[in-house]
Design a protein around this ligand. Structure first.
Ligand code: SAJ
Length: 427
């Protein structure tokens, strides 16, 4: 007998993943109820607007709101499937995962659960989180059966299907990326795969269970973190050996099986700088390289700041009689990566704040992707690249925004953490 299509689904958490996912289901003419604790975000969405920046998201949200397929609320309602897309940060010095948002979301939907429902955890989570989630649900609804006790015959189906989309390309990657589906039983996986096939054209790959699906997502981001750490370590080595790291990487990448990533001022965003710690906290003895990679990447902003201090010192030596108060610094880029306006966990922003706090002279900030400077930058001036190029004594390039490719600075020191200036001299 063919399974009936999902008529109404609910997405819990309307942030960078939840809202695009809700919009995507709604665009396939499925009724979607989005739930968020943030009343302001709920109101914004209900007006057909968006509270986050992601290419094309506003267009889709406006269209599905107009057609009546999406609505947002702060109070969960019954649905056939629930997708949990809430943050999973870490807490404390040991970077222990904080599952409190997942627990709160689960406790909020528990009262409206009905037999036959599917609950999917999409949030990037440490190994064991999906089972913990199923445990909280079972605790709250003793009248229903769950896969950990009832197996294939459970009333409620539970799966982990980690989100894997790249900020900036979310609307495209949601459709085309393969999905890893980690159901607690084969029936749970089948139900989840059926749900995602509503809009996913990539493969829905069924894992042997939720734990390996959780680990797969953590592995993807740790793989990238370790590879970026390799590039960042090379940048330190090249500096010590007075060598151009960009030329070095370009040459090494001519090997058919080598693809070194790009060094930068550190790793930002709240995925790659967080997720590897979930592996470290699960297996601290074994996860040596993964921990070291985090430390190398986290150490990079401090190293860039030291370089700036040394450059200011050298500039003062070359210009006797001048003081640091008279040295104008220009910082190019605040976002956590190129061509976005997202400042979350941005190493560039952290560096700019440190300079704003401790450099005695004027600070100019060039960030074409934002309208106003964020807090914590003291009296820094938000200027265009041309003005900064003309006026500043020392130039610090922190983000490879495409507009920065035209920067030309002659006769004044440049610290280029992302290879923008090097790119101009490439053969
Ligand atoms: N970075 C470098 N050098 C590089 C590449 C990146 O320094 O060669 C830096 C970036 O500047 C940025 C940070 O790393 O500060 C992370 O940027 P990113 O583009 O690598 O990744 P995110 O955080 O935007 O998205 C990642 C993606 N994961 C992978 O590519 C394995 C995305 O697919 C995930 O869905 C997302 O994390 C997530 O939500 O987990």
């Amino acid at each position: 007998m063919p399974e009936l299509p999902f008529k109404r689904i609910s997405i819990i958490g309307l942030g960078y993943i939840g809202l695009p996912t809700a919009a995507m289901f709604a665009s396939r003419k499925v009724e979607v109820v989005g739930v968020d604790v943030n009343q302001k975000a709920v109101d914004t969405i209900n007006r057909g607007e968006v509270h986050i920046v992601e290419p094309d998201l506003d267009l889709v949200v406006r269209a599905v709101m107009k057609e009546g397929y999406l609505r947002a609320t702060t109070v969960p309602e019954p649905a056939e499937a629930f997708l949990i897309a809430v943050p999973t940060p870490f807490k404390g010095e040991n970077h222990e995962p904080d599952l409190s948002f997942i627990e709160a979301a689960v406790r909020a939907i528990a009262p409206v659960l009905e037999a036959g429902n599917l609950v999917i955890l999409e949030s990037t989570s440490p190994v064991g989180a999906t089972e913990a989630m199923a445990g909280w649900l079972a605790e709250a609804r003793r009248d229903l059966s769950f896969p950990q006790d009832a197996g294939e015959a459970s009333d409620i189906r539970v799966a982990h299907c980690p989100e894997r989309v790249l900020p900036g390309k979310v609307m495209q990657e949601l459709i085309t990326n393969d999905r890893v589906i980690g159901g607690m039983t084969p029936a749970c996986s089948q139900a989840a795969a059926r749900l995602y096939r509503t809009f996913v054209t990539g493969d829905c790959v069924v894992a042997s269970g939720p734990r390996v699906a959780e680990m797969a997502k953590l592995t993807e981001n740790s793989f990238r973190d370790v590879n970026i750490a390799f590039a960042n370590e090379l940048s330190l080595i090249c500096d010590a050996l007075s060598m151009d790291v960009w030329e070095l990487i370009r040459l090494a990448n001519r090997h058919p099986r080598v693809n070194v990533l790009q060094p930068g001022p550190g790793v930002g965003g709240h995925c790659i700088a967080v997720d590897p710690w979930f592996i470290v906290s699960s297996a601290p003895e074994q996860a040596q390289l993964i921990r070291k990679a985090r430390e190398v990447n986290d150490g990079k902003p401090g190293w860039v700041i030291k370089k700036v201090r040394a450059a200011i010192g050298a500039h003062l030596m070359d210009n006797p009689g001048r003081t640091a108060r008279e040295v104008t610094l220009a910082v190019y880029g605040l976002a956590f990566k190129p061509d976005i306006d997202d400042l979350r966990e941005s190493p560039a922003l952290a560096i700019a704040r440190e300079l704003a706090a401790n450099h005695a002279g004027p600070l100019m900030v060039v960030e074409p992707n934002i309208a106003t400077l964020p807090d914590g930058l003291g009296g820094a001036q938000h200027v265009g690249a041309v003005e900064a190029q003309e006026i500043a004594d020392l130039h610090l390039v922190l983000v490879g925004h495409s507009g920065f490719r035209d920067i030309t600075i002659t006769g004044r020191p440049v610290i280029d953490a992302v290879g923008v200036i090097a790119a101009q001299t490439q053969p």
